[in-house]
Design a protein around this ligand. Sequence first.
Ligand SMILES: C[S@@+](CC[C@H](N)C(=O)[O-])C[C@H]1O[C@@H](n2cnc3c(N)ncnc32)[C@H](O)[C@@H]1O
Length: 263
Amino acid sequence: MKKADQFLREKVLPIFKNRLSEKELRRIKNFGKRLLTFHKTSDLTFLAQIYGTDKWGEHWYTPHYEFHFQKLRKKRINLLEIGVGGYDKPYSGGSSLRMWKRYFSKANIFSFDIYDKSPHQESRIKIFQGSQVDSEFLDAVCNEIGNLDIIIDDGSHLNEHVLFTFHYLFPKLKSGGIYVVEDTQTSYWEHYGGQVEERNNQGTIMGYFKSLVDGLNHVEFKNKRYEPTYYDLNIISIHFYHNLIFIYKGDNQETSNLNRKSS
Ligand SMILES: C[S@@+](CC[C@H](N)C(=O)[O-])C[C@H]1O[C@@H](n2cnc3c(N)ncnc32)[C@H](O)[C@@H]1O
């Protein structure tokens, strides 16, 4: 299949390159990729390679995504990914959006980027332009989407931005939804606002998300004056991988076994 992809890229597309518009070329590429992937739409690593996203190859995320997302594959969900890719080049990027569209056969895929990425819009893919740290913009995006089942932060990866966006968007995620943060290595990189010495610093991505873990057990805290936070009450699991975090939203109010024994 990779040979067929190479043939398409190297032999077929150059014939059309100077005769067709970018939009027409993209349509042909999409059609070719649909053909190449028709037998393996549940294999996210394969789809990542064909669609050309760095979620496999540069990073090693797709097996984790598959583990967490496979049960949603045939559902009518709304997925929002922050960061279309390709930065200021309007026609570059969009690889992961097309991969998600192929993987989730009934999903609506939404994305936004600080640059204009509208050329990547197509059926079931809608793109907005704005910043992940602009609360008015985030409100407008959420109002337009409605229910949000999955949010993936693959935007600026600046520590401050990732935490701002999580605090703003996690409350808007549906109960039962999944919030994903990619590229958490920037937690240790000073030029992204991270730091390596104080790894529990809550101003960093890893320091902050690690601080939420105890909240999973907040009903076990025997300090009666402890007031559970929104995150204590609404996060039911957190999964850490190399450079990747999945946060599951749900009602985290199971009773303590100690309460049952004493009643
Ligand atoms: C790593 S790329 C996304 C790659 C894409 N999700 C994929 O997997 O194929 C990051 C994108 O985030 C965008 N970005 C950077 N800062 C942003 C911000 N503050 N708000 C929204 N998008 C931003 C960049 O322009 C870039 O296109």
